[in-house]
Design a protein around this ligand. Structure first.
Ligand SMILES: [Zn+2]
Length: 79
């Protein structure tokens, strides 16, 4: 059982399955990655859905209430 059991995509009615994904967030001018975020992902179109409590945890995590697990440099391109 997962949070997404029985849920369908609001765009294509596809089945939503739980996956761990990596999110990109910009925090104080720096890009950060948040790994291992549980998300619901549509099997047909790939649209990602996030539970409200997960987004809250992500926001708290990147605002520095928790220490980063490790630091990596992220190349950012702009054209
Ligand atoms: Zn879909």
């Amino acid at each position: 059982m997962s949070f997404w059991d029985g849920e369908t995509c609001e765009y294509c009615q596809g089945e939503i399955v739980e996956r761990r994904v990596t999110l990109h967030r910009k925090v104080r001018g720096r890009y950060v990655l948040v790994e291992n975020v549980p998300a619901g992902v549509c099997r047909k179109c790939g649209t990602r859905y996030y539970a409200a409590n997960v987004l809250k945890t992500v926001a708290e995590t990147v605002r520095g209430r928790r220490k980063a697990k490790r630091e990596v440099s992220v190349p950012v391109y702009s054209i």
